[in-house]
Ligand binder design. Structure first.
Ligand SMILES: C[S@@+](CC[C@H](N)C(=O)[O-])C[C@H]1O[C@@H](n2cnc3c(N)ncnc32)[C@H](O)[C@@H]1O
Length: 524
């Protein structure tokens, strides 16, 4: 029996104090780390930190904060091994960890790292601990490579999470533990409604921004399709920057020519878009198919849409001339396009995050207003609603509303720890269970709203099986009208699972730890 779900515990944590942004750079970084340990997310404290600093200090503060977070648990273990007596005060531990990061990972000169860190302890009114801080940092400074080796040896995760990942990924475990401690590469998605990927790559060369073209192939076998359409292959192209760059240094960024989006996140929109294209192009002689395009409109849902990365991508594809749903022709003798209207609903239950959807779509000229002006016959509705209870049919009798659903589900975000290393501090073991329950509630509310013959793409940025393949296996036991679409061997991303595919953030050039499963609705 499913229980009532609640959001992950971290979402409920209240910040215990407002950040006081004064003092030296190190003091501000220490205060930021203390705020994160008190439950604030990195996303909420990073801008206040950086905005409080002179331009010349921002790079160092950013590196010090992010590196300390990435190495947090390894530094904690090292610290425990270095202290004669247990150190309990959070402020003292954090200060020493910030010192260790400078010595072991940032190659700051010994005397600056030690002196400035000791001074920081005085500034945060922990002068009583300066002797201890000084002694530990001096010991490490005498042989940094020995201590760096010690620190790098194991993982830098809380033990409960490392243990769970060992259970889930024993073969990939060592690489995964190292991969999760590294920074992630920056990827760009090119807005193909404006320019081609190759065209934008050329423009970047002129701006002296070095990138590599990344091509991901997604092969899958659609059930109940005609032979011609039975096997499909989609090519998703993105750009990987050699070095992370401020977006205002990118050509035509403010005009919407490109967006920052992880490479594996870029798989979502093409996948759901292409199965829909395929569905529309197949002659409707399938008894299992309830997709009614007789009124020339299709309805699609982005169920957890904020801040709108995948929604924007999908809208770019829909409004791009090459891949537009409006240009699909059925494989019958008829030649007229089958679709004259696409209705998209995007929901999310967090109002401030909905605001970010609007801002993002405006930059890309994809707001409701822009779409209306362009007379694209795309109707976009963005709604603040809870996906565990929301009903797209409103008062209509039939619940069957959507031809395709993208469910980019709330998750523990363990697959994006490289970008959000605060996750390893903020998450607790109990969050996995609670998050899995929330995901199940959303799935059970949305599935009855999908038309027979429609597709639901389930996505998470988690690397825990409970939220992914096990969630899908569990879900499928509830229904006799669900089939999992098989990805084929053509896929050059992720690891095949009993249902779906799992990407792991192992290698420093690849994308984040996303999971994808494509479900098809059959007749009961
Ligand atoms: C992984 S994020 C979505 C990212 C988004 N699809 C994108 O590509 O930019 C998950 C989203 O689910 C939303 N969410 C969490 N619980 C929800 C619920 N019960 N109903 C609707 N949205 C929910 C969160 O606010 C969050 O924005």
């Amino acid at each position: 029996m499913r229980q009532n779900s609640t959001a992950p515990r971290n979402n409920k944590l209240k910040p215990s104090s407002n950040l006081i942004m004064n003092g030296s750079v190190r003091v501000r970084v220490i205060r930021t780390l203390l705020a994160i340990q008190n439950g604030q997310s990195l996303a909420s404290v990073l801008d206040p930190l950086l905005n409080s600093l002179h331009d010349g200090d921002k790079g160092f503060a950013h590196a010090l904060l992010l590196t300390t977070l990435r190495q947090w648990y390894a530094l904690e273990r090292l610290l425990d091994s270095l202290a004669d007596n247990p150190i309990d005060e959070k402020e003292v531990r954090t200060t020493i960890q910030v010192g260790l990061t400078q010595l072991l990972y940032l190659q700051v000169a010994d005397h600056a790292a030690i002196h400035e860190t000791v001074e920081a302890a005085k500034e945060i009114e922990f002068a009583h601990a300066t002797g201890l801080i000084n002694a530990i940092l001096r010991k490490v400074a005498k042989n940094p490579s020995k201590f760096r080796k010690k620190c790098d040896k194991k993982h830098s995760l809380p033990n409960w999470l490392a243990y769970q990942l060992k259970q889930d990924w024993s073969e990939q475990y060592d690489d995964l533990m190292q991969g999760l401690r590294q920074p992630a590469p920056m990827f760009l998605r090119v807005n193909t409604a404006i320019t081609s990927v190759e065209g934008y790559q050329q423009a970047l060369v002129e701006f002296e921004v070095e990138v590599d073209l990344v091509e991901l192939t997604s092969g899958f076998n659609l059930p109940n399709s005609s032979d011609a359409a039975a096997s499909n292959s989609i090519l998703t192209k993105g750009l990987r920057l050699h070095q992370s760059t401020a977006v205002n240094a990118l050509p035509q960024f403010s005009e919407g020519a490109a967006s920052v989006q992880d490479m594996h996140a870029q798989l979502a929109a093409p996948l759901i878009h292409n199965v829909l294209l395929n569905k529309l192009s197949v002659k409707k002689d399938d008894a299992d198919d309830d997709t009614d395009t007789s009124n020339n409109e299709i309805r699609i849902l982005d169920a957890c849409a904020a801040p709108g990365g995948k929604l924007a991508h999908w809208l770019e594809l829909i409004s791009s001339n090459e891949s537009s749903l409006f240009h699909v022709k059925q494989d019958s003798a008829e030649t007229s396009p089958v679709i004259s209207k696409v209705k998209i609903t995007a929901i999310d239950n967090e109002a401030p995050r909905i605001e970010r959807i609007h801002t993002n779509l405006q930059r890309l000229n994809l707001s409701q207003h822009d779409l209306q002006q362009a007379e694209k016959n795309i109707e976009l509705n963005i709604v603040c609603a809870d996906a565990t209870t929301w009903q797209g049919a409103g008062k209509k009798k039939s619940k069957l509303v959507f031809d395709a659903i993208l469910l980019d589900s709330p998750c523990t975000a363990t697959g994006v720890i490289r970008r959000h290393p605060d996750i390893s501090i903020l998450r607790t073991e109990e969050d996995i269970e609670q998050t899995a329950l929330l995901q199940a509630d959303i799935l059970h509310n949305l599935w009855p709203q999908l038309k027979v013959g429609g597709y639901l793409l389930y996505v998470t940025c988690s690397i825990l099986k409970q939220e992914n393949v096990e969630q899908m296996q569990d879900f499928m036991t509830y229904y006799n009208n669900v089939a999992a679409v098989e990805f084929s061997d053509d896929c050059n991303w992720g690891i095949e699972q009993a249902i779906g595919r799992q990407c792991l953030p192992i290698d420093s050039e690849s994308g984040d730890g996303f999971y994808y499963a494509l479900l098809y609705k059959t007749a009961e």
